[in-house]
Ligand binder design. Structure first.
Ligand SMILES: Cc1ncc(COP(=O)(O)O)c(C=O)c1O
Length: 321
């Protein structure tokens, strides 16, 4: 199913998760507020989904790299009281966090979800595309055990806005969670409900064919071209980070695990970062906005365009001198 973006994908997946949780309770939890567990490194749309669904989101402190570790997840779950444990309907892991681009411990998260019987949602809005690259594929081990997964072709799969692919392990559950009923709609559904209607798998009815540009590009260029393009961005990020590390006026804070790396400009204030970033955007050179890491204003480069070269990164590095 395709929806507008990661925010809509996460919300739709979590609605399906909550539906399954309530359905299993056979009416007992229909009026009980649900609870989601997610890492402090998870994207803001998880909290937004919690607000929209009137569900609580309990944050697991990520480690110093911004990664959700199994041990911390176990501790957070163990610290829930019996009522909260019963309210838990989904655990969210991220493969490619927005700020640092790290992959959570997916195998551990899958084990915890299996033990608790809880829905595992994986947000790969940005980083899911890395699955196409053999050089990093092993880092995603465990993703195949999730109940739902999203990846935004409009991020690191080079598609135009706006497109998020949303996948379910059990589409039947998602269909029951999302299908709308009305006089004018029910006549369109077959009695046995075997018909596949994209409207039934997310929080929407009318939509455009959001998967079409992505499909057309895949059909035209083939998956090998996608593999090569993602590998190119990974290599440019690696080489770009090395360039930063070798520059006396810059300090590399985080090596890229995927295609994001962070660094500081020695001696700069938050205001100087902002002024530089505004200038780079105004001059059409780069879109690199300041972010924060461990409370400090820093810079973060995210390479998602295979046409970005190391020479482009050098332009950025030189402009910071
Ligand atoms: C991990 C992650 N999830 C969700 C989103 C939200 O995606 P969208 O802007 O398409 O709603 C983002 C956006 O950067 C993201 O990085």
């Amino acid at each position: 199913m395709f929806v507008s973006g990661g925010t809509a994908g996460n919300l739709s997946a979590l609605i399906a998760a909550r539906w399954r949780w309530r359905q299993r309770a056979d009416g007992r939890l229909d009026r009980v507020r649900g609870l989601v567990v997610a890492s402090s490194g998870a994207h803001s749309s998880i909290v937004a989904a919690g607000r929209a669904m009137d569900a609580d989101v309990v944050k697991v402190p990520a480690d110093a790299d911004g990664r959700l570790r199994t041990e911390a997840l176990e501790q957070t779950v163990a610290a829930l009281d019996a009522d909260d444990r019963e309210r838990l309907f989904a655990i969210v892991a991220t493969c490619g966090t927005t700020n640092a681009g790290v992959i959570d411990e997916l195998v551990g998260v899958a084990d915890v979800c299996a033990r608790l019987g809880t829905w595992m949602h994986v947000d790969g809005a940005y980083g899911g595309a890395g699955l196409a690259a053999p050089s990093v594929r092993a880092r995603y081990a465990g993703v195949e055990r999730c109940d739902s997964f999203i990846v935004d072709p409009h991020k690191w799969f080079f598609a135009p806005f706006d497109s998020c692919a949303l996948l379910y392990r059990d589409p039947a559950a998602a269909r029951q969670a999302h299908t709308q009923h009305a006089e004018y709609l029910d006549v369109l559904h077959q009695d046995d409900d075997t018909e596949w209607n994209p409207s039934d798998f997310a929080h929407h009815l009318s939509r455009r064919a959001r998967g079409l540009p992505f499909w057309f590009s895949l059909a035209t260029y083939g998956t090998d071209a996608y593999r090569d393009a993602v590998e190119t961005t990974l290599q440019v990020a690696k080489d770009g980070a090395a360039l930063v590390a070798a520059s006396p006026h810059l300090e590399l804070i985080r090596e890229p695990e995927l295609s994001i790396f962070m660094f500081r400009r020695v001696g700069w204030t938050a205001e100087q970062y902002q002024q530089w970033s505004d200038r780079m955007l105004r001059d059409g050179i780069a879109f690199v906005v300041p972010t924060s890491w461990a409370g400090e204003t820093v810079l973060r480069i995210c390479v998602v365009n295979p046409r970005t070269t190391v020479a482009d990164i050098r332009l950025i590095v030189d402009s910071l001198g």
